[in-house]
Design a protein around this ligand. Structure first.
Ligand code: SAM
Ligand code: DTB
Ligand code: SF4
Length: 325
């Protein structure tokens, strides 16, 4: 069995990343088969439970108040509304339900109490619940854990070097601190990044190196391609090449063999053959449903057809797996 390593050097990561792409896919596919069932894909649903009006200035985001993106802001949804959407997601084969809020950080107020209620109720439905709510203290992480939260998403987004060209309202260190709080509370860590933000290959390598040398690898690594949003500073960024996505996915798979590698934002721009290459390269998780947080996602019917053609099946939730074992 390929060992799990947290001591990768930047040189090693660079060599893997620069491997000729077909050889890279082959190596990643081989490691993928040691740790995962290659015909299983985790199907996740995203829901923006609180949309827009965010004080942060993340240059890629439709939800920042700093940019004129024509997004309709929405206050925190009701628990009932969220439960009804989660029910439909489950009926459509989703096993993981991720709730996102356009917050800089979680505050200890009524809204957080509502979030805890949502986590409790969705978790009781048998779905793996994930949240992405911005920065989190250790105490807040513990409360989420007690409410039944399975995973917390908090992305590094890019390399430490490129970070302050993208976001000025918080630091890379802030990000790492929240990740440590999540890890300490025994919540599963979901952490990845975005490509297409004007970063260099060295930046991508550096971000992958940071992820793969965390004291423990994230259990989930989302790989996003920038969805350019009109009105943001990154609106004119060129489309990310599918081969760049494949290279990121394959390198992540080799560096972090056990992680679920999620083909996240940007999938809507890919045809079935391109997505199949991502799955071959080690991606084993997707977001399904017509919408990501604020932008369109692949049509459910198309995804169902893709699963049939590629003979893939949705993965059962971890919770159920543990009960079956
Ligand atoms: N406000 C919280 C935060 O920033 O952590 C949670 C929500 S935030 C929208 C979650 C993640 O979505 C970001 O960290 C970023 O990686 C990703 N994201 C946001 N807008 C995106 C875009 N236009 N294209 C690709 N990924 C995006
Ligand atoms: C992640 O890495 N990507 C998702 C999820 N985690 C929260 C978000 C993608 C957002 C894409 C842009 C939008 O829909 O607003
Ligand atoms: Fe706010 Fe998150 Fe968007 Fe940044 S990525 S502006 S923190 S919602």
């Amino acid at each position: 069995m390929t060992p799990i390593r947290n001591d990768w050097t930047v040189e090693e990561v660079t060599d893997i990343y620069n491997t000729p792409v077909l050889e890279l896919i082959y190596k990643a596919a081989t490691i993928h088969r040691e740790y995962h069932q290659p015909d299983e894909i985790q199907v996740c649903t995203l829901l923006s439970v609180k949309t827009g009006g965010c004080p942060e200035d993340c240059s890629y985001c439709s939800q920042s108040v700093k940019y004129n993106t024509n997004l309709k802001a929405h206050k925190l949804m009701s628990v009932e509304e969220v439960l009804s959407i989660a029910k439909t997601a489950k009926e459509n084969g989703s096993t993981r339900f991720c709730m996102g809020a356009a917050w800089r950080e979680v505050r200890d107020n009524k809204d957080f109490e509502k979030i805890l209620q949502m986590v409790r109720s969705v978790s009781e439905m048998g779905l793996e619940v994930c949240c992405t709510l911005g920065m989190l203290t250790g105490e807040q992480a513990m409360k989420l854990k007690e409410a039944g939260l399975h995973a917390y998403n908090h992305n590094l987004d890019t390399s430490e070097q490129h970070y302050n060209k993208i976001i000025s309202t918080r630091t890379y260190r802030d990000r790492l601190e929240t990740l440590a709080n999540v890890r300490n509370s025994k919540i599963s860590v979901c952490c990845g990044g975005i490509i297409g933000l004007g970063e260099t290959h060295e930046d991508r390598i550096s971000m992958l190196h940071t992820l793969a040398t965390l004291p423990e690898h994230p259990e989930s690594v989302p790989v996003n391609a920038l969805v350019p949003i009109e009105g943001t500073p990154l609106e004119q960024q060129p489309k990310v090449s599918v081969w760049d996505m494949i290279r990121m996915i394959a390198t992540a798979r080799i560096l972090m063999p056990k992680a679920m590698v999620r083909l996240s934002a940007g999938r809507i721009k890919m045809n079935m053959e391109e997505q199949a290459l991502c799955f071959l390269a080690g991606a084993n998780s997707i977001f399904a449903g017509d919408k990501l947080l604020t932008t369109p996602n692949n049509e459910m019917d198309e995804d169902k057809k893709m699963f049939q053609t590629l003979q893939l099946k949705p993965r059962v939730p971890n919770k159920v797996k543990q009960e079956q074992e």
